[in-house]
Write a protein that binds this ligand. Structure first.
Ligand SMILES: [Mg+2]
Length: 232
């Protein structure tokens, strides 16, 4: 199981791990979160807008709104004063439809988390999701209880800052020598990990292929977590 090494240690040899949610831990086959964006964009712009032309994967929830509004020509000054109200609106939108959520853990995710938990690793989340929405997805997929560090995007528009906040939480609770590894499914995860000095495992279970992820040179690049459990 330890055939895959990352830097100077096996993949399961780190003190702490920060996992992205969508495309890394789980896949949502519903469109509840998507329609929450559409609802928020209509409230902010007065017009029906979609996420067409916006890079959602690897972005943050507020970053997605920002990019969609910029594409529609809505000035920053028109929507930024309402950002707290809109974050709340998005979370409420998902909350009232949480029975429609269809979030399923990706292959071998439970095995990876249980294995790392057995190694006494600290498990954390780094996500572009707003807190309430991310928690509902993790809960729905039965994964929430594995985690005790959370980097949500509520206070951050850029992924690099979400990562920094999660790293700071771990650093505050663990020895300075603790080694942290990031795990994500997008080039943006690789870049945000790098910017925070973290090694990163990329997994091609989201919308990006292994070949696309390899162009950002993650420290380890997997088709899926199943690779970690194949006989060496
Ligand atoms: Mg993702």
């Amino acid at each position: 199981m330890t055939a895959h090494t990352i830097l100077d240690r096996p993949w399961d040899g780190f003190d702490a791990y920060l996992f992205d949610i969508d495309g890394t831990l789980l896949h949502c086959s519903d469109a509840v979160h998507y329609f929450a964006f559409c609802d928020a964009l209509k409230a902010l712009s007065g017009n029906p807008l979609t996420l067409e032309g916006v890079t959602a994967h690897g972005n943050t929830d507020v970053g997605i709104l920002r990019d969609a509004l910029a594409l529609a020509g809505v000035a920053d000054a028109e929507w930024r004063p309402r950002v707290i109200e809109i974050r709340t609106r998005m979370c409420r939108f998902v909350e009232t439809r949480k029975d429609e959520l269809c979030a399923a853990a990706l292959p071998c995710v439970r095995e990876v988390l249980a294995h790392l938990e057995g190694q006494d690793a600290t498990l954390g989340i780094v996500t572009g999701n707003l807190k309430d929405i991310g928690r509902m997805k993790l809960q729905h997929a039965g994964l929430l209880d594995y985690f005790n560090v959370f980097g949500w995007s509520d206070d951050f528009e850029y992924r690099v800052d979400v990562f920094r906040s999660a790293v700071e939480q771990i650093r505050a609770a663990m020895p300075l020598s603790a080694r942290i590894c990031a795990v994500g499914d997008t080039p943006a995860d690789v870049l945000a990990a790098r910017a925070n000095g973290l090694p990163v495992i990329a997994v091609a279970t989201g919308v990006y292929s292994r070949e696309q992820l390899l162009t950002e040179e993650p420290d380890l690049c997997l088709e899926s977590f199943e690779e970690l459990f194949r006989a060496a």
